[in-house]
Design a protein around this ligand. Structure first.
Ligand code: GLN
Length: 474
């Protein structure tokens, strides 16, 4: 803990935290807990864990990186925060993020951008939206961090900062007390330096929560995660991810990672996921649509800061002023996009089409995995065209099309260019599948930089398998 605290002082300029826990109270709490045995109920004993600032804590403010919530402190802890505390962890602080989780470079924060620096001291994008969590882990300001991943927000920052970032299957980890962006896609994920540490944190969170209606029931959980006894594994290479804009170093690292798995005895198989090329457009219809509805509650009356008007100002004027001042540009853009695609004249052409693409993306995945989707009944899985026995155990592909770009270049990036960064992360989000990004270093590039993020995607519930393969890649 002392080392983490020292790093917090050393790296303040990176702007990874919006608020930090009081140091004296951290040390007194750490002194009180018994030393960790790394497993069992106190597996996180004395560990300093950072929490993304869109996850509620009762002892520190929760701003979601937004001006509208700049003075908000939640009256309760999110379930995941309670679970961390119950496992003996001490909350290090709340990490910086793109406002409400909307962004890919952690530059859309009311509290200023997060900075990520490479070995040469150049300022790079930290990825987003959980950029603060990723930088906090990469610079040793905590031993692990919670993030949220709606379309890649844990995996992309992990890839850009050279740490491990895991998005579990949808519904495994509670979202109660997590500020909603797009409920049908939101997951709480974990960032850590090693897969072993990742597992320790994930094991403390992987439980049913009766307070979250989308939390998977114990009866469903028992059906998940087949024991994969057959090794070697069948590794899938999704050809549709080999896009022309893929950076040559990223492509090379991908080939290197696949070869390494082959050398360990696993077999490689190319697969097609044709709906992938529409996944990004579908995501950027669906996520803003859900966001526009979620953000309606920040009207200055029920939550957050309010733009005051003279007595008798009509509510509609007050709401408009509050929201115009309180929300940043990117959030306002998403509200407009979402409100448009849900409007009567656009609904059929945008929202409904995007929902259909989402189903096609799910079917594509179900068609290539050897395990059938445990959420489907056997009749429907036959209808989805699944054949037992064939198929691959996991897919391996890059997390992002390029290494971390320069911060200066992304600060005023065209929004559509920023959205393009998510092209490899949104498909697993649309399908609710587990995916981990791990840093992979080639011998030629070893020692220089943080490595390139490679992503392992598995069938729903195969979270353990995805982490195993991620560990083999590192
Ligand atoms: N970059 C994506 C977006 O802006 C993903 C964000 C996320 O996963 N929270 O929507």
């Amino acid at each position: 803990a002392k080392e983490c605290i020292a790093n917090q002082s050393k790296y303040t300029s990176l702007n990874a935290f919006i608020s930090l826990a009081d140091r004296a109270s951290i040390l007194s709490r750490v002194a009180k807990v018994p030393p960790s045995r790394n497993h069992g109920p106190d597996r996180l004993s004395g560990q300093l864990i950072a929490v993304k600032d869109n996850i509620c804590t009762s002892d520190l403010p929760t701003t979601a990186g937004s001006g509208i919530l700049k003075n908000f402190t939640s009256p309760y802890d999110a379930t995941v925060v309670k679970q961390l505390r119950d496992a003996g962890a001490v909350i290090a602080g709340k990490t910086n993020l793109d406002e409400f989780g909307m962004g890919s470079h952690s530059v859309h924060s009311f509290f200023g951008p997060v900075k990520n620096t490479n070995a040469r001291g150049e300022e790079l994008s930290a990825g987003g939206s959980s950029g603060g969590s990723a930088v906090a882990v990469a610079t040793g300001q905590c031993t692990a961090a919670l993030g949220t991943d709606t379309g890649g927000s844990v995996r992309l920052p992990a890839a850009y900062t050279g740490v491990v970032g895991f998005k579990p299957s949808y519904g495994l980890v509670s979202r109660w007390g997590v500020i909603a962006y797009a409920n049908s896609l939101d997951t709480v994920g974990v960032l850590a330096k090693s897969v072993a540490q990742m597992r320790r944190v994930f094991d403390a969170l992987n439980f049913h929560d009766p307070q979250d209606p989308t939390s998977l029931l114990p009866s469903t959980r028992r059906r998940l995660g087949r024991p994969v006894t057959q090794r070697p594994l069948r590794i899938g290479i999704p050809l549709d991810y080999n896009i022309s804009s893929l950076d040559p170093t990223v492509r090379k690292t991908w080939m290197h990672a696949l070869k390494a798995l082959q050398q360990k005895g696993h077999t490689l198989h190319t697969v097609n996921l044709p709906a992938t090329r529409h996944a990004l457009s579908a995501y950027y219809i669906l996520a803003p649509a859900e966001a526009s509805s979620n953000l309606a509650k920040y009207d200055g009356v029920r939550y957050g800061s309010r733009a005051e008007g003279p007595d008798g100002t009509p509510d509609s004027v007050l709401f408009a002023k509050t929201r115009g001042r309180g929300f940043g540009d990117e959030v306002q853009r998403r509200i407009l996009l979402g409100a448009f695609s849900l409007s009567a004249q656009a609904m059929d052409n945008y929202f409904i089409q995007a929902q259909k693409i989402r189903r096609l993306v799910q079917r594509d995945f179900d068609g290539v995995f050897s395990a059938r989707n445990p959420l489907l009944t056997s009749a429907s899985s036959e209808a989805e065209g699944h054949r037992e026995g064939a198929g691959v155990d996991v897919l391996v592909c890059p997390t992002a099309p390029t290494p971390a770009p320069e911060l200066a270049k992304v600060k005023n990036q065209d929004p559509v260019d920023a959205y393009m960064n998510d092209v490899f992360t949104v498909p697993a989000s649309l399908a609710g599948l587990p995916a981990v990004s791990v840093p992979v270093k080639m011998r030629e590039t070893q020692g220089s930089g943080a490595g390139i993020g490679m992503q392992v995607i598995g069938q729903f519930g195969d979270d353990g398998l995805v982490l195993d393969v991620g560990e083999e890649l590192m």
